[in-house]
Design a protein around this ligand. Structure first.
Ligand SMILES: Nc1ncnc2c1ncn2[C@@H]1O[C@H](COP(=O)(O)OP(=O)(O)OP(=O)(O)O)[C@@H](O)[C@H]1O
Ligand SMILES: [Mg+2]
Length: 261
């Protein structure tokens, strides 16, 4: 039996919402979420607003504690690793580069930041890796001197991808990171991500409302509804034979036909 790269078992998340009288109020954002991700694979997570997708993403990158459940990386509990090591395993591309990229830092400093915080690399090594990574995402070493406002939306998104790549992670999570981009920029970034996946053997977790993007791009899909996983399937199967009524509705709402080839 092979061990999955990432295995999530019965993950639960309750948010504390304050007191009503003396009683603590909680909301259940995730209920018994389980899934696996293998090396080189892309998992898409879909579901309507409030279904728990971002909560799950934040827990996986360590930005939010979980209430219950287990997250195993190559069979080892993820939280048995320190933060620096965790950062090297799973990284996130944030939704909007206009808010996630600090406007006061040059692109070079933005990219160097994760290396300064999480590695013992010296200045010269950091500089070299910044240049190498800029090239990997189709930018130039000269872009290191630029500030975010000096580059296009597509280039900003490339910087966001570069930043996620800096620590050489195994898994990259993108939470609606591409949804806001216009069609041609989005295709460029998707192609970039696919190329990087082939070159580096990365695994992706894609959170998106847009089933069209997901259909092209994912190997398997997990559908969430009110904090629960209602369906998991290989992408083609999910679109051709959606089992759950909620999945059928999602596909129909977005005008993506099923049961027809
Ligand atoms: N920090 C928080 N404190 C309390 N409740 C929260 C918090 N973050 C999210 N929630 C609640 O948890 C549930 C899941 O939210 P989450 O942001 O994970 O959904 P989502 O699927 O990402 O939605 P969207 O598609 O709108 O991004 C929602 O009911 C939300 O109100
Ligand atoms: Mg969200």
């Amino acid at each position: 039996m092979t061990t999955a790269l990432l295995k999530v078992n019965q993950l639960n998340k309750r948010y504390f919402n304050g007191y009503r009288g003396l009683r603590k109020q909680y909301s259940q954002a995730l209920s018994d979420v389980s899934f696996e991700l293998n090396a080189g694979e892309t998992l898409a997570i879909v579901g309507e607003a409030g279904s728990g997708k971002s909560t799950l993403a934040r827990i996986l990158v360590g930005a939010e504690p979980r209430s219950q459940g287990e997250i195993l990386f190559e069979g080892v509990p993820l939280d048995s690793h320190d933060v620096a090591k965790r950062c090297k395993l799973i990284r996130m591309i944030f939704q909007d580069p206009n808010t996630s990229l600090n406007p006061r830092l040059s692109i070079g400093d933005l990219l160097a930041e994760p290396l300064r915080f999480n590695t013992t690399m010296d200045k010269q090594q950091i500089r070299q890796q910044v240049f190498d990574t800029l090239r990997k995402v189709g930018l130039l070493p000269e872009h290191a001197e630029f500030y975010p406002h000096m580059i296009s939306e597509g280039q900003k998104q490339r910087v966001a991808v570069a930043r996620a790549l800096m620590l050489d992670p195994k898994i990259i999570i993108a939470d609606e990171a591409l949804t806001a981009l216009d069609f041609s920029v989005r295709s460029q970034i998707l192609n970039l991500l696919l190329t990087l996946q082939q070159e580096l053997g990365l695994s992706y977790i894609f959170v998106s409302h847009n089933l069209g993007i997901i259909r092209q791009f994912s190997d398997k899909i997990m559908v969430m509804h009110q904090g629960k996983v209602v369906e998991k399937a290989r992408t083609e199967l999910l679109f051709s034979q959606p089992q759950h009524e909620y999945t059928q509705r999602l596909i129909a709402e977005q005008g993506l036909l099923f049961n027809r080839k």
